[in-house]
Design a protein around this ligand. Sequence first.
Ligand code: KG4
Ligand code: ZN
Length: 333
Amino acid sequence: MYILSFESSCDETACAVCEMDESTRKIKSNIIASSVDIQALYGGVVPEIASRAHIEAISKITYEALKKAELSIKDIGAIAVTNGPGLIGALLVGVNFAKSLAFANNIPLVPVDHIKGHVASNYLTYPDLKPPFLALVVSGGHTSFFDVKSYTSLTEIASTRDDAIGECFDKVGRVMGLPYPGGAAMDKLATQGDENSILFPSPAISSQTLDFSFSGLKTAVINYINTKKQKNEELERENIAASVTKTIVCAVRSKIFDALKLTGYDKVVLAGGVSANSHLRKGIKEECEKCGASFFAPELSLCGDNAAMIGAQGYYEFLNGSRADEALNAYPS
Ligand code: KG4
Ligand code: ZN
């Protein structure tokens, strides 16, 4: 069946068409319109600007997605839409648009959780991947381990107690003068630096828990940078990026080791915008090899927010019987 899907939880307005059935997981089109360039002027996402940008883009990208897929709305078997978590005004644009389209054309409407969608980007990357497995979702707003028991049943078993991993990369990037969002630029800089040059506190707070805490690391790095600036000392940005990245990768590796032991799983699935980080992917892959587990991460084009992942998850929610009516609402968290 063909699924038309929408994603508008943050600053990406996205629409996709996926062809999904028991043995097919295919992206027919995956269109993304981003307001990141405007948001960059403010150093972060301004919710009102994001909502307005969604309103301007959503009709246009829906036409584009159907046209690229060489389909019409009559060919669509279900419409999937992210209804949370995210910015409430931004979510409501996608939800209301999807609702109108579904009811005007008599097409079943399926609500999709954004985090589940990120995990599902792996189903599109690996056509044979099936639950159960351990998932780690790392994004601008989330850092959580999930016990993925089935396509539709995910239980959070640990998370960050404060900042998300992406927030840590972005804030450090901002203090170093990198363009917003700083994650991708930090990734590149880290490749050029000495990862052992500066010692920062680990976000792996205690061996008693799988939880993380990134706010201490973020503050320590920002203090380090501000002290350097006050002393008029040269900021070795490459070394800072490399050392922060190493601190994060080591912490994640140790928690992956513990989480595999706890759950008994032999598959680790990484997802979310920060899953594009080359050092994190390499480190987790090595840890999985050490533990005898298989490692999965989305292809780079599916790491960030997109609608194809919502379509993939929407398919499994549809099979599970999930349907929304005109009362469907969005939830921010
Ligand atoms: O999943 P996503 O697109 O949006 C949320 O749901 O939050 O994730 C965005 C986050 C941002 O913090 C961005 O800086 C980060 O993903 N990111 C990266 C990389 N590419 C994107 N962080 C580290 N390394 C990267 N290569
Ligand atoms: Zn996301």
